[in-house]
Design a protein around this ligand. Structure first.
Ligand SMILES: C[S@@+](CC[C@H](N)C(=O)[O-])C[C@H]1O[C@@H](n2cnc3c(N)ncnc32)[C@H](O)[C@@H]1O
Length: 388
């Protein structure tokens, strides 16, 4: 059985939860090990196919060997490069504390050994301990040589893997910045995050997926690209629905999505009872913030949002099938150094849902995972609920 390494993005636990959901390995803890930012998984699969299905992983590698001395680690890399023909390009990405000079010395050593046997080599180095997926791709490292992923363990032993594939960054960028229907005021999810949310729902593509606050349709379009066949998107705003239609036509025309204007509170007029398998949504997040709001304004906003969400869950209860799932974003707001949170888990459970853990890691169950960038006033908590 091969051990794969998933090099996780900026939100490693969230990204790990996504991978494990896609591979259906969440419960099989003996098959995986998370040492952020790397998730090691003992499972065979087609890495090039999986990387296109997930949003939170930057690279997937194949473990070559583990528990090696420095010398053995270098020998492993050299043996791997000797398999290649023509001029060889290679790079080294080291995870854990490392001095860049050490990386340069390893490269020198590898080059020396390769030249000694008459091979011509080029070392790709960007003054960083880890190469970006763009660098790996643009320098053809996978085809013309290798990018080695190296972990230095605390016992001074090394594990080494070679990169098999990297995230399709150009395609993701095109979907993020190229979509014609845009609304920066109400906010648009990055496609990567939309993919992670859909994957966390753990519903197969033949099930019915609904986004009742679809905005310009990121979740709807990503679900379409992931081959979901029964997709429903709705939003209270006419413009949002126009944008969603534009984005669908741009990405994947001629499909059978059902997209319409509706207040979430009226959804029972449009959707049959107990007919939806999963709801994946980023709901209304309140007025856009400037960051200098007084605390009372933020607290008032959280109270209002809480009411909107709870009334939406009453509707979700009616249209979801039994055991149907919801992936739902609950915002939290930054006030100076504290977070103002919306606490509605207990009320949601009272309506008839149970809170599902997204990942269990180091004996801790994560019932919500935070997606937040340092300079943002708003954080997104990702939650999973199941209808009882
Ligand atoms: C944060 S945006 C969703 C953005 C979306 N995830 C995207 O990537 O484009 C929230 C959306 O909720 C919609 N909305 C607000 N109140 C609503 C309601 N009561 N029923 C349905 N949609 C509502 C807004 O029009 C807005 O498009």
């Amino acid at each position: 059985m091969m051990t794969h390494w998933f090099i996780l993005g900026n939100f490693p636990i969230l990204s790990a939860a996504e991978v494990l959901a896609v591979l259906s390995l969440s419960e099989q803890t003996s098959k995986w090990q998370l040492e952020t930012p790397i998730l090691k998984v003992r499972e065979n699969f087609e890495a090039k196919k999986i990387i296109k299905q997930i949003g939170g992983t930057i690279k997937i590698g194949q473990e070559l060997k583990s528990k090696l001395t420095e010398k053995q680690m270098l020998e492993t890399a050299i043996a791997e490069l000797l398999e290649k023909t023509g001029k060889i390009h290679f790079g080294l990405s080291v995870y854990g504390n490392i001095d860049l000079n050490k990386i340069k010395n390893w490269a020198k050593e590898i080059k020396k050994e390769m030249t000694a046997v008459g091979r011509s080599v080029r070392f790709v180095f960007k003054n960083e301990s880890v190469l970006s997926s763009v660098t790996v791709d643009k320098n053809n490292l996978i085809e013309k040589g290798a990018e080695f992923l190296i972990i230095k363990n605390t016992d001074n032993l090394y594990s080494i893997a070679k990169t098999l594939t990297v995230q399709p960054f150009e395609e993701l960028g095109r979907r993020d910045f190229g979509r014609p229907g845009r609304n920066s005021r109400s906010g648009m999810l990055p496609p990567k995050l939309a993919m992670m949310l859909i994957n966390l729902s753990n519903m197969s593509a033949n099930k019915t997926l609904l986004d009742p606050f679809c905005g310009s349709g990121t979740i709807v379009t990503e679900a379409l690209l992931m081959d979901y066949k029964k997709i429903i998107g709705s939003d209270i705003s006419n413009q949002a629905i126009i944008d969603t239609h534009k984005n669908i036509a741009w990405l994947k025309p001629n499909n059978e999505t059902k997209i319409f204007v509706a207040d979430v509170n009226d959804l029972t007029k449009h959707i049959k009872p107990a007919s939806v398998d999963t709801i994946v949504t980023e709901p209304y997040l309140g007025q856009p913030l400037r960051g200098n709001e007084v605390k009372q304004i933020l607290e008032k906003q959280t109270d209002e949002l809480k009411k909107i969400y709870l009334s939406a869950f009453e509707i979700f209860k009616k249209i979801l099938k039994q055991n149907g799932t919801i992936i739902f974003i609950i915002p939290r707001f930054k006030f100076r150094n504290e977070w103002i949170k919306i606490d509605c888990q207990k009320e949601i459970e009272k309506i008839g849902f149970s809170t599902e853990s997204l990942i269990k890691f180091k004996n801790e169950k994560y019932f919500s995972l935070l997606y937040w960038r340092d300079n943002q006033h708003l954080g997104r908590e990702i939650w999973k609920f199941k209808k009882n």
